[in-house]
Write a new protein. Structure first.
Length: 197
């Protein structure tokens, strides 16, 4: 496949985001948002989804991390939506379990065109890697809404918040990889009885 590589830009009074995504990549990544732990999570989407991803963001971090995280989620959702186009020939849905030491996570996605997000990462601390845990939830909601996907992410076991978050993002990446793949049996058909997604 070719042609599933896109670059999107998002500029507001609060942030500037430049993002390039190649759905048929090799797992290469550059993540530079000014938020180290967030960069770490974004790198897992690329590496474990086998997408090439470059994210460069400048935001009003002196105010809060919220705007940067949210706008990166929106930009990533825009990129997936644009790269997938009419979604003809894709598998459409995917799911994955991912362990990390004591943590175990599950993620399921359906590139259905109907956004809905259920996130239960069970992050119990006041912060993880310098981020408020609710920002990871908000990133996933922003991403799923803009990409128009149904997304479920859940921690099934774990004690360490870093491990739980990382396992969740790795599971998400593997689920996205499965859903975005081209199914040669479809012959380019749209994977819906409606004929459109």
């Amino acid at each position: 496949m070719s042609g599933r590589k896109v670059t999107v830009s998002r500029k507001t009074a609060e942030t500037e985001v430049e993002l390039t995504l190649d759905l048929d990549g090799t797992g290469k990544f550059v993540t530079d948002t000014g938020i180290g732990f967030f960069d770490h999570m974004l790198s897992h989407i690329a590496k474990h989804g086998v997408f090439d991803l470059e994210v460069r963001a400048k935001g009003d971090l002196h105010v809060d991390q919220h705007h940067t995280v949210e706008d990166c989620g929106i930009a990533l959702g825009d990129a997936f939506a644009e790269a997938l186009g009419d979604k003809a020939g894709i598998v459409r849905a995917g799911s994955a379990y991912m362990p990390l030491d004591e943590a175990l996570a599950f993620a399921a996605v359906d590139l259905s065109g109907r956004p809905y997000t259920v996130v239960d990462m069970r992050l119990l601390g006041k912060e993880v890697g310098g981020m408020k845990p609710d920002l990871l939830d908000h990133f996933l909601e922003s991403f799923a809404n803009t990409a128009k996907m149904n997304l479920h992410v859940k921690t099934l076991a774990g004690a360490n918040d870093h491990h739980k978050a990382e396992a969740c993002f790795k599971a998400l990446a593997r689920a996205l990889d499965a859903a975005c793949r081209i199914d040669p049996r479809r012959g380019g058909d749209v994977p819906s009885t409606k004929g459109t997604i």
